[in-house]
Design a protein around this ligand. Structure first.
Ligand code: MG
Length: 235
Protein backbone atom coordinates (compact mmCIF):
# COMPACT_ATOMS: atom_id res chain seq x y z
CA UNK A 1 0.00 0.00 0.00
CA UNK A 2 1.35 3.43 -0.84
CA UNK A 3 1.89 6.08 1.78
CA UNK A 4 -0.74 8.17 0.10
CA UNK A 5 -3.28 5.36 0.22
CA UNK A 6 -2.41 4.64 3.83
CA UNK A 7 -2.94 8.27 4.77
CA UNK A 8 -6.23 8.35 2.88
CA UNK A 9 -7.44 5.28 4.75
CA UNK A 10 -6.38 6.78 8.03
CA UNK A 11 -8.26 9.98 7.24
CA UNK A 12 -11.35 8.03 6.25
CA UNK A 13 -11.14 6.01 9.44
CA UNK A 14 -10.64 9.19 11.45
CA UNK A 15 -13.66 10.76 9.85
CA UNK A 16 -15.82 7.88 11.00
CA UNK A 17 -14.29 7.87 14.46
CA UNK A 18 -13.53 4.19 14.28
CA UNK A 19 -10.58 2.10 13.30
CA UNK A 20 -8.09 4.75 14.35
CA UNK A 21 -5.45 2.16 15.08
CA UNK A 22 -6.36 0.19 12.02
CA UNK A 23 -3.99 -1.46 9.64
CA UNK A 24 -7.02 -2.85 7.80
CA UNK A 25 -7.86 -0.99 4.60
CA UNK A 26 -11.09 0.99 4.70
CA UNK A 27 -13.39 -0.15 1.91
CA UNK A 28 -16.26 1.68 0.34
CA UNK A 29 -18.65 -1.25 0.84
CA UNK A 30 -18.05 -1.23 4.58
CA UNK A 31 -20.92 1.16 5.12
CA UNK A 32 -23.29 -0.56 2.70
CA UNK A 33 -25.95 -2.76 4.30
CA UNK A 34 -25.69 -6.43 3.49
CA UNK A 35 -28.70 -7.33 1.33
CA UNK A 36 -31.24 -9.38 3.24
CA UNK A 37 -30.99 -13.07 2.35
CA UNK A 38 -34.34 -14.83 1.87
CA UNK A 39 -34.67 -18.15 3.72
CA UNK A 40 -34.36 -21.20 1.47
CA UNK A 41 -37.35 -23.51 1.30
CA UNK A 42 -35.90 -25.96 3.83
CA UNK A 43 -35.40 -23.27 6.45
CA UNK A 44 -37.16 -22.73 9.74
CA UNK A 45 -37.68 -18.99 10.13
CA UNK A 46 -36.77 -17.97 13.68
CA UNK A 47 -37.46 -14.25 13.25
CA UNK A 48 -38.94 -12.41 10.32
CA UNK A 49 -39.85 -9.08 11.88
CA UNK A 50 -43.32 -9.75 13.18
CA UNK A 51 -42.96 -10.83 16.79
CA UNK A 52 -40.89 -12.81 19.27
CA UNK A 53 -43.40 -15.59 19.78
CA UNK A 54 -40.73 -18.19 18.97
CA UNK A 55 -38.41 -16.84 21.69
CA UNK A 56 -38.31 -16.75 25.47
CA UNK A 57 -36.36 -14.75 28.02
CA UNK A 58 -33.50 -16.36 29.90
CA UNK A 59 -35.00 -14.71 32.96
CA UNK A 60 -38.22 -16.63 32.38
CA UNK A 61 -41.36 -15.66 30.50
CA UNK A 62 -41.71 -13.94 27.13
CA UNK A 63 -38.72 -12.41 25.35
CA UNK A 64 -38.38 -8.81 26.53
CA UNK A 65 -36.77 -7.25 23.45
CA UNK A 66 -38.63 -4.77 21.26
CA UNK A 67 -39.67 -5.38 17.67
CA UNK A 68 -39.54 -2.41 15.31
CA UNK A 69 -40.52 -3.06 11.74
CA UNK A 70 -38.28 -5.73 10.32
CA UNK A 71 -35.89 -5.99 13.26
CA UNK A 72 -35.69 -6.74 16.97
CA UNK A 73 -33.58 -4.68 19.34
CA UNK A 74 -32.04 -5.48 22.71
CA UNK A 75 -33.82 -3.92 25.66
CA UNK A 76 -30.89 -3.53 28.06
CA UNK A 77 -31.46 -5.39 31.29
CA UNK A 78 -34.27 -7.53 29.94
CA UNK A 79 -31.93 -10.47 29.57
CA UNK A 80 -30.79 -12.86 26.88
CA UNK A 81 -33.41 -14.43 24.66
CA UNK A 82 -33.43 -17.87 23.09
CA UNK A 83 -35.52 -19.93 20.72
CA UNK A 84 -38.15 -22.33 22.01
CA UNK A 85 -36.93 -24.86 19.48
CA UNK A 86 -33.65 -26.69 19.88
CA UNK A 87 -31.21 -27.91 17.26
CA UNK A 88 -28.38 -30.38 16.70
CA UNK A 89 -26.39 -29.86 13.49
CA UNK A 90 -27.51 -26.86 11.47
CA UNK A 91 -26.89 -24.02 9.05
CA UNK A 92 -27.79 -20.64 10.57
CA UNK A 93 -28.27 -17.22 9.02
CA UNK A 94 -28.35 -14.10 11.22
CA UNK A 95 -28.32 -10.42 10.23
CA UNK A 96 -27.19 -7.89 12.84
CA UNK A 97 -26.69 -4.15 13.27
CA UNK A 98 -24.44 -2.43 15.79
CA UNK A 99 -24.95 1.01 17.33
CA UNK A 100 -22.14 3.52 16.98
CA UNK A 101 -20.62 4.00 20.45
CA UNK A 102 -17.46 6.07 20.02
CA UNK A 103 -17.28 6.79 23.74
CA UNK A 104 -17.16 3.08 24.58
CA UNK A 105 -14.07 0.91 24.47
CA UNK A 106 -13.33 -2.76 23.86
CA UNK A 107 -15.97 -5.16 25.11
CA UNK A 108 -18.32 -2.27 25.96
CA UNK A 109 -18.69 -1.24 22.32
CA UNK A 110 -21.92 -2.68 20.91
CA UNK A 111 -21.57 -6.08 22.54
CA UNK A 112 -24.02 -8.92 22.00
CA UNK A 113 -23.54 -12.47 20.83
CA UNK A 114 -25.02 -15.39 18.94
CA UNK A 115 -24.83 -18.55 21.06
CA UNK A 116 -24.99 -21.80 19.09
CA UNK A 117 -27.03 -24.38 21.02
CA UNK A 118 -27.02 -21.75 23.77
CA UNK A 119 -23.42 -22.82 24.50
CA UNK A 120 -20.91 -21.57 21.95
CA UNK A 121 -20.78 -17.81 21.47
CA UNK A 122 -19.94 -16.19 18.16
CA UNK A 123 -19.12 -12.70 19.39
CA UNK A 124 -21.07 -9.68 18.20
CA UNK A 125 -19.16 -6.44 18.80
CA UNK A 126 -18.03 -3.29 17.04
CA UNK A 127 -14.52 -4.36 16.06
CA UNK A 128 -14.41 -2.43 12.82
CA UNK A 129 -10.88 -1.96 11.55
CA UNK A 130 -9.18 -3.80 14.41
CA UNK A 131 -6.66 -6.62 14.31
CA UNK A 132 -9.30 -9.01 15.63
CA UNK A 133 -8.72 -11.22 18.66
CA UNK A 134 -10.84 -14.12 19.93
CA UNK A 135 -13.07 -11.71 21.88
CA UNK A 136 -13.70 -9.39 18.92
CA UNK A 137 -16.57 -9.55 16.46
CA UNK A 138 -16.76 -13.01 14.91
CA UNK A 139 -14.41 -14.41 17.53
CA UNK A 140 -15.01 -17.59 19.51
CA UNK A 141 -13.91 -16.65 23.00
CA UNK A 142 -10.65 -18.38 24.04
CA UNK A 143 -10.91 -20.74 21.05
CA UNK A 144 -10.36 -18.79 17.87
CA UNK A 145 -9.92 -15.29 16.51
CA UNK A 146 -11.56 -14.59 13.15
CA UNK A 147 -9.26 -15.53 10.26
CA UNK A 148 -9.73 -12.01 8.90
CA UNK A 149 -11.58 -8.92 10.03
CA UNK A 150 -14.65 -8.92 7.77
CA UNK A 151 -16.56 -6.32 9.80
CA UNK A 152 -18.58 -3.52 8.34
CA UNK A 153 -18.91 -0.17 10.07
CA UNK A 154 -21.34 0.21 12.95
CA UNK A 155 -24.85 1.27 11.92
CA UNK A 156 -24.60 -1.05 8.93
CA UNK A 157 -26.43 -4.36 8.52
CA UNK A 158 -24.06 -7.33 8.57
CA UNK A 159 -24.59 -11.09 8.43
CA UNK A 160 -23.29 -14.34 9.83
CA UNK A 161 -23.71 -17.64 8.04
CA UNK A 162 -22.80 -20.53 10.31
CA UNK A 163 -22.38 -24.26 9.74
CA UNK A 164 -22.46 -26.02 13.10
CA UNK A 165 -21.73 -29.69 13.77
CA UNK A 166 -22.67 -30.81 17.27
CA UNK A 167 -20.34 -32.95 19.37
CA UNK A 168 -20.61 -36.73 18.99
CA UNK A 169 -20.94 -39.34 21.73
CA UNK A 170 -20.73 -43.11 21.82
CA UNK A 171 -23.41 -45.43 23.20
CA UNK A 172 -22.04 -45.07 26.72
CA UNK A 173 -22.29 -41.27 26.49
CA UNK A 174 -18.55 -40.73 26.13
CA UNK A 175 -17.51 -37.76 23.99
CA UNK A 176 -15.93 -39.01 20.76
CA UNK A 177 -15.79 -35.83 18.65
CA UNK A 178 -15.92 -32.19 19.64
CA UNK A 179 -18.28 -29.68 18.06
CA UNK A 180 -17.08 -27.91 14.94
CA UNK A 181 -18.03 -24.62 13.35
CA UNK A 182 -17.51 -22.80 10.08
CA UNK A 183 -18.52 -19.14 9.99
CA UNK A 184 -18.86 -16.61 7.20
CA UNK A 185 -19.21 -12.92 8.08
CA UNK A 186 -20.49 -10.76 5.25
CA UNK A 187 -19.75 -13.63 2.83
CA UNK A 188 -16.11 -13.92 3.99
CA UNK A 189 -14.93 -17.07 5.78
CA UNK A 190 -13.78 -16.21 9.30
CA UNK A 191 -13.67 -19.76 10.79
CA UNK A 192 -12.83 -22.88 8.78
CA UNK A 193 -14.14 -26.05 10.44
CA UNK A 194 -12.92 -24.82 13.83
CA UNK A 195 -12.97 -27.39 16.63
CA UNK A 196 -14.79 -26.26 19.77
CA UNK A 197 -13.19 -28.19 22.62
CA UNK A 198 -15.58 -26.83 25.24
CA UNK A 199 -18.49 -24.56 25.68
CA UNK A 200 -17.04 -21.18 25.01
CA UNK A 201 -18.43 -18.84 27.59
CA UNK A 202 -19.30 -18.67 31.28
CA UNK A 203 -22.69 -17.57 29.95
CA UNK A 204 -23.32 -21.05 28.57
CA UNK A 205 -27.02 -21.83 28.91
CA UNK A 206 -26.84 -25.32 30.40
CA UNK A 207 -23.54 -27.10 29.77
CA UNK A 208 -25.38 -30.20 28.56
CA UNK A 209 -23.37 -30.56 25.39
CA UNK A 210 -24.82 -33.95 24.49
CA UNK A 211 -28.28 -32.47 23.93
CA UNK A 212 -29.71 -30.23 21.22
CA UNK A 213 -29.85 -26.58 22.17
CA UNK A 214 -31.49 -23.30 21.13
CA UNK A 215 -30.13 -20.23 19.39
CA UNK A 216 -29.50 -17.60 22.06
CA UNK A 217 -28.95 -13.87 21.54
CA UNK A 218 -27.11 -11.98 24.25
CA UNK A 219 -28.26 -8.87 26.10
CA UNK A 220 -24.96 -7.21 26.96
CA UNK A 221 -26.61 -3.86 27.67
CA UNK A 222 -26.19 -2.35 24.19
CA UNK A 223 -28.80 -1.48 21.55
CA UNK A 224 -27.85 -4.17 19.07
CA UNK A 225 -30.43 -5.17 16.45
CA UNK A 226 -31.16 -8.45 14.66
CA UNK A 227 -33.28 -9.26 11.65
CA UNK A 228 -34.04 -12.13 9.27
CA UNK A 229 -32.89 -15.11 11.32
CA UNK A 230 -33.37 -18.57 9.85
CA UNK A 231 -31.96 -22.02 10.35
CA UNK A 232 -31.74 -25.20 8.33
CA UNK A 233 -31.42 -28.29 10.53
CA UNK A 234 -28.99 -30.88 9.14
CA UNK A 235 -29.71 -34.55 9.62
MG1 MG B 1 -20.90 -10.95 23.59
Amino acid sequence: MTTKATRRNFLLASATGVGLLSSVPVRAQDDVDTPTVPPPKFAIVLFEGKDLSGWVSRKGGPAGWRVRGSYMEVVPGSGDIYTKRTFGDFQLHVEFWLPYMPEAKGQARANSGVYLQGRYEVQVLDSYGLDSKDNDCGGIYKVGAPLVNACKKPQTWQKYDVAFRAPRFDASGKLTENARVTVFQNSVMIHNNLELPRTTTPGDLDGEVSKPGPILLQDHGNLVRYRNIWIVPVK
